[in-house]
Design a protein around this ligand. Structure first.
Ligand code: FEO
Ligand code: CA
Ligand code: CA
Ligand code: CA
Length: 598
């Protein structure tokens, strides 16, 4: 049984110590199971996984690679079942294929990678006694969407000359979604999926906008351009403009075409999590994960319709096509001279200040209007980063996942790190990004004026400045540092049913493995950070999802260490020695059957 532990309600567990074990380590009294692994068959007709005989056809019916964002949706009418939706961000060919020749991938290998990207929908069965989850193969809702599946562009950039290609002269139908990182779940029962580092898939970029989005001028590492000319921008210069969007998926309708919502702008979308205004309009918070890039929000002009009618659902599927896109500008309230780049607190004792949401463009049924001088509305939506540059948005330390608290409405922005801050020619520390050569990252807390998510102004403060608590340049909202777990590189954020914030990490710089942490955000224990689990060697922790009875995490890229391969594995998780390493989803629960952390 779990020993009686101290802590905020929902966080009463004995913290897991930092470690380098090649396993998922959970607190005493907790159990775990692998819910689903890369390659497990989920669609009718898909074969069992066989690493040595993998085919593209098999992969298209199996769970994809490198699971990231996770959502669990209720499934009415089926006892103890829920619908799991997962992102598959990217593939690690050298860990997937024995004898992989990076200079000469085969067509079959490339097509397996195409099929291993994208999204999975899979119904899961709950075990009554514990929080264990197992997949229900061949359920009619199960679905795979990957690099050759059909997606529709909607909103202000759909049909624009900027997104037309030789294969799609109308500029409305895209094949595939790529690099789906974090995401969100809407109150109307759909899921949102950020297309993040799409730049890596496109060869021969040449425009200034390609450059701003990080698209290289030569061949890609993956060499997909050899097998489909749309990945060669010299031949299809607009194809890259069709990626970098937020995808909206209706997991309850297996025949629906997922939508790329262009009103939410195009950048390296990390996540998208909505909150409703008092009058029912969704506001979606979003980060652009790049050093010195921005965070955004989209305010819909349409109100969500309640109730489960067909008409309400059809209406709600248009909410993200009309509204205004904003970018954040932050101003500190302490004298600039007190922000010395070391992380030393300014004299008022807090990294804090005010912020404004700068409107970039508005989309409506009558057309779209730009608010950025010198750019058309279509340009703002397709080249959103350049719009942010023009209006002087605040350059942040890699805005990753963004999550509004369902309890308080305060918004939490994970800023993973930025080792370039303060380098010659780069922006130096400011109050929101107070450390130069920032290895460990921070979490920003934002409160909209009048608690109105549609407000054009906000107050902000840093909730957490990450690192080893013995390092004076860390901050845990003033909570005694000897009582908190060390943390580095906050990446994904989620709330539990008690209103605590949970944080998963990517790229721990403290010499131990990545993991998952819980922390109270209000009350006396605000800032009391506790580590809940750690992941295997080379892995990052993604997609945390905290329900009453279970914690779900996506263990992404286990074994991803420089020089590792199928022949020379760095991790043998989850199946042990002699077995290929497999990214997988893990459920963690109390062995005595009670709720997490109570
Ligand atoms: Fe895919 Fe920004 O992590
Ligand atoms: Ca991420
Ligand atoms: Ca201050
Ligand atoms: Ca990441």
């Amino acid at each position: 049984p779990a020993p009686k532990a101290d802590g905020a309600r929902g966080l009463r567990f004995s913290p897991v110590a930092p470690n380098t074990a090649d396993q998922v380590t959970v607190p005493t009294g907790y159990g775990q199971n692998v819910v689903i692994r890369w390659g497990e068959p989920i669609l009718r007709g898909a074969p069992a996984f066989d690493a040595g005989k993998q085919t593209a056809k098999a992969q298209a019916g199996q769970f994809g690679y490198n699971n990231d964002f996770l959502s669990l949706l209720p499934l009415r009418g089926e006892k103890d079942r829920q619908v799991l939706v997962a992102n598959h961000e990217y593939t690690d060919e050298v860990l997937m294929f024995r004898g992989y020749d990076a200079q000469n991938p085969t067509r079959e290998q490339v097509e397996i990678a195409w099929a291993a990207h994208g999204l999975s929908v899979v119904v899961v069965q709950e075990e009554r006694r514990t929080g264990r989850l197992t997949p229900v193969a061949r359920h009619h809702l199960n679905r795979r969407l990957h690099t050759t599946s059909r997606f529709e562009l909607t909103g202000p950039a759909a049909g624009s000359a900027l997104v037309r290609t030789s294969a799609d002269r109308a500029g409305r139908t895209v094949l595939g979604t790529l690099n789906n990182c974090a995401g969100g779940t809407t109150p109307w029962g759909t899921t949102l999926h950020g297309e993040e580092n799409f730049n890596q898939y496109f060869a021969n970029g040449s425009s200034a906008t390609d450059k701003r989005y990080g698209i290289g001028t030569g061949a890609t590492e993956r060499k997909w351009e050899r097998f489909d000319k749309r990945f060669d921008l010299a031949q299809e210069p607009n194809e890259a403009h069709r990626f970098g969007w937020v995808v909206e998926l209706d997991p309850y309708d297996p025949d629906s075409t997922p939508k790329k919502r262009t009103a939410l702008g195009r950048f390296k979308h990390e996540a998208a999590q909505p909150r409703l205004t008092a009058d029912g309009r969704p506001v979606v918070y979003m980060g652009d994960d790049e050093r010195f890039d921005y965070f955004y929000k989209f305010v819909s002009s349409k109100r969500m319709m309640k109730g489960g009618s067909r008409r309400a659902h059809a209406h709600n599927l248009t909410l993200l096509d009309e509204g205004t896109l904003y970018v954040a500008k932050l101003t500190g309230d302490s004298p600039a001279a007190e922000i010395d780049g070391t992380g030393k607190l300014p004299n008022d004792g807090e990294f804090d200040g005010s912020g404004t949401w700068i409107p970039l463009a508005t989309a409506s049924a009558k057309g779209a209007v730009s608010h950025v001088p010198g750019m058309t509305a279509e340009e703002v939506f397709v080249f959103t980063r350049l719009a942010g540059d023009k209006v002087g948005a605040t350059k942040m330390d890699r805005p990753e996942d963004v999550e509004p608290s369902p309890r308080t409405g305060r918004v939490y922005v994970a800023l993973t790190n930025n080792t370039d801050r303060g380098k010659p020619g780069k922006a130096g520390a400011d109050e929101a990004n107070p450390r130069n050569l920032n290895k460990h990252g921070q979490i920003l807390e934002l409160a909209e004026h009048w608690d109105d998510p549609a407000s054009d102004g906000f107050a902000w403060r840093l909730f957490l400045v990450a690192g080893d608590p013995n390092d004076p340049a860390t901050y845990f909202s003033g909570y005694p540092k000897e009582k908190v777990s060390p943390i580095s590189c906050p990446d994904n954020v989620a709330f539990d049913p008690h209103g605590n914030l949970w944080i998963s990490t990517d790229g721990n710089q403290l010499g131990s493995h990545d993991g998952l942490f819980g922390v109270a955000v209000h009350g006396e224990r605000r800032g009391e950070l506790k580590q809940f689990l750690t992941v295997p060697r080379g892995a990052e922790t993604c997609g945390p999802l905290i329900q009453d009875r279970r914690v779900l995490v996506a263990v992404q890229h286990p074994g991803e260490i420089d020089g590792a391969s199928v022949e020379k594995p760095a991790s043998v998780w989850p199946d042990g020695p002699g077995k290929i390493v497999r990214p997988s989803v893990v459920a963690v629960w109390r062995t005595d059957g009670s709720d997490i952390g109570v």
